[in-house]
Ligand binder design. Structure first.
Ligand code: G6P
Length: 612
């Protein structure tokens, strides 16, 4: 979703801004633009389409100057056109603005301004902000921004420059992230620290209703009354290589391959042999509070929601604690009776998803303790939850989430162990889980060996229009996730179902052209799932099975009945989601490539959905 980068310093701004926007590409966008300043002249360049289109335009008409702001837009008000792309200028050409978020009262404000004779050049809500700032401009840009903001209802992350304020960027935030980057005689303003990689490691995260003022030599953070705020400088610990593709063709493939390491990082220092449990530094809830919990609500969106579903099985089995999983977008507006001892856990890679943030805030408002499982350090959800656990997966750039999913599942497994050890799990059981968890990065590494087999299978099925993904118990959420991955990046229609449920409807879809991806569990329900598989075969449906290596007899049965089989390492049942997710991610990836789709930037999707 939209990205912002601003620069003020001693270097040419244009290349810094374009490169930074490229780092934000993964968030999803449909137009891009920038404005720079030399003397009292603003140089505005913007284009619908990709950053490459903007870069080509800049070759013809470079934007000079060491001071500028830039933006990638994901259309909300008005289609993706050159004129709707940001930055937006005020009608008098004085003020330029880039904006993330949504101004809810823009229509009324626009009408009022038009009645007063102001002309508009775009359909966007953002242009209203530029006009309002220009209206209140009587010398001091910061004051003008503050006065304009007071009139707005909605959310914003803003960067503003003005023709009459050389060497100055003003930023403001309400509900849409902004981070200030501190360099040597240069300063940055970005919606996402990923844009700052390679420039600075010192950052300040802005809070809601704060403004910031940047010049080459100085920076300051102000509250809504323009009082200076004592801001906390954080150190980013991302490696510049982290956000690049390295030797991989796509970010998604790189991130699939990073899973073993991400799992190691998620577990590092968190498993304790001495007391056979897991430890987390940031829960901020005392053990009594956790011990008293009678129910957990796990909430999230998309892939994070699927990880939450795995978490439900894990926590109910190991901690014997009732768990409910809710789509954040539904939970935020429902009014379910929640008893006192319920803890709400928000699960999110980005920490910025608007629906998940709203669900968290609503839970806090009702007085529930809240936790966040989050990847992006310092993100809004990470900061607003009472406590939480970082995933430590490193930046995830591909829009289709992969390593964040496995890290979420690993953290939920450790949480199940921790809560279980407070309740029913013996130290022997705890020690066994720790042993098994420690083996999982290696098992996922081995699961990646299926890559060639999956590529060959993808070739056979890439033309299919519909797919079914079927699994039971721990593998049911993985079936949902496999189907989501395929539809997100290959645009094939895919449905995930509990394997036994398909006879209540989806089986009507089965024919020779509709492959079913079957996740075959080890353990007691193996035979049941094999019967479900037979029901598909009896109707002529091709079956791709994902099964555990191991015991020759069961492997033989699967080989006998399925059309194609992908073997993954044999891990305990509760860890199977981590091994089984790998071939499904690779299958989606290869089918998408064969269908000529843009794997890292699928159409209509955004990495971080910061609007409702
Ligand atoms: C978007 C992304 C999904 C992601 C979901 C939740 O829809 O395209 O890949 O799973 O948001 O994001 P979060 O950052 O909260 O995990």
């Amino acid at each position: 979703m939209c990205g912002i980068l601003g620069y003020v310093g001693h270097k040419e701004a244009e290349p810094i801004l374009v490169e930074g926007l490229r780092r934000l590409e993964y968030r999803g966008y449909d137009s891009a633009g920038l404005v720079t300043l030399t003397g009292s002249k603003l140089h505005l360049r913007k284009r619908a389409g990709r950053i490459a289109d903007l870069a080509a335009y800049l070759k013809e008409r470079p934007a000079p100057g060491c001071h500028g702001i830039s933006h990638t837009r994901w259309a909300t008000h008005g289609p993706a056109t050159d004129s709707n792309a940001h930055p937006h200028l005020s009608a008098d050409g004085e003020v330029a603005v880039v904006h993330n978020g949504v101004i809810e009262n823009y229509a009324a404000l626009k009408r009022q301004l038009q009645e007063e004779g102001v002309t508009f050049r775009s359909d966007t809500d953002t242009e209203v902000i530029a006009q309002l700032i220009a209206r209140h401009r009587d010398g001091d840009l910061v004051e003008a921004v503050r006065k304009a903001l007071a009139l707005l209802k909605g959310t914003y992350g803003l960067a503003v420059i003005s023709r009459r304020a050389p060497d100055l960027i003003v930023g403001a935030r309400l509900g849409s992230p902004l981070v200030l980057g501190i360099g040597e005689e240069e300063h940055f303003l970005a919606s996402d620290p990923a844009a700052l990689i390679g420039h600075t490691e010192k950052v300040v995260y802005l809070h809601d209703r704060e403004l910031c003022v940047l010049t080459p030599a100085d920076w300051r953070v102000l509250d809504a009354d323009s009082m200076r705020v004592e801001a906390c400088v954080h150190q980013l610990d991302w490696d510049p290589g982290d956000a690049d593709k390295g030797a991989f063709e796509h970010h998604m493939l790189k991130e699939i391959y990073e899973q073993p390491e991400a799992l190691e990082n998620a577990m590092r220092g968190r498993l304790s042999d001495a007391d056979a449990t897991a430890h987390f530094g940031g829960l901020n809830l005392d053990p009594q509070q956790l011990r008293r919990a009678e129910r957990l609500i796990l909430t999230g969106c998309g892939t994070s929601y699927h990880a939450a579903l795995v978490g439900e099985y894990l926590i109910e089995e190991f901690a014997r604690l009732p768990v409910e999983v809710e789509y954040a977008s539904e939970f935020r507006y429902r009014n379910p009776p929640i008893d006192r001892n319920t803890i709400v856990i928000a699960i999110t890679q980005s920490g910025e998803t608007a629906d998940t943030l709203a669900a968290l805030r609503e839970s806090k408002r009702k007085g529930h303790p809240t936790l966040a499982l989050c990847n992006v350090v310092g993100s809004t959800i990470a900061r607003e939850a009472d406590g939480g656990v970082y995933l430590r997966a490193g930046p995830e750039v591909g829009v289709a989430s992969t390593k964040a999913f496995s890290s979420q599942v690993a953290v939920l497994t450790m949480l199940a162990l921790y809560l279980g050890r407070m309740r029913h799990l013996s130290s022997l059981q705890g020690a066994q889980m720790i042993r098994e968890l420690r083996g999982i990065p290696e098992a996922v590494r081995q699961a990646l060996d299926c890559h060639d087999a999956v590529r060959a299978i993808a070739r056979r099925y890439a033309g299919a229009r519909n797919f079914l993904y079927l699994g039971r118990q721990y593998l049911f959420p993985v079936a949902l996730e496999g189907a989501l991955k395929l539809k997100e990046i290959s645009y094939a229609h895919a449905e995930g179902y509990p394997a036994a449920e398909m006879k209540h409807g989806p089986i009507a879809l089965v024919d020779e052209q509709t492959p079913s991806v079957f996740l075959i569990p080890r353990g007691p329900i193996f035979d049941k799932v094999m019967s479900n598989l037979e029901e598909i075969k009896a109707r002529g449906g091709p079956v791709i099975a994902v099964a555990s290596e191991g015991d020759g007899e069961t492997a033989g049965q699967v080989l006998d009945r399925a059309d194609d089989v992908i073997f993954v390492p044999d891990v305990p049942e509760y860890l199977q989601p981590l091994a089984a997710a790998v071939p499904l991610q690779l299958l989606a990836y290869h089918i998408a490539l064969l269908r000529d789709c843009d794997v890292d930037k699928p159409r209509n999707l955004a990495k971080s959905v910061t609007v409702e």
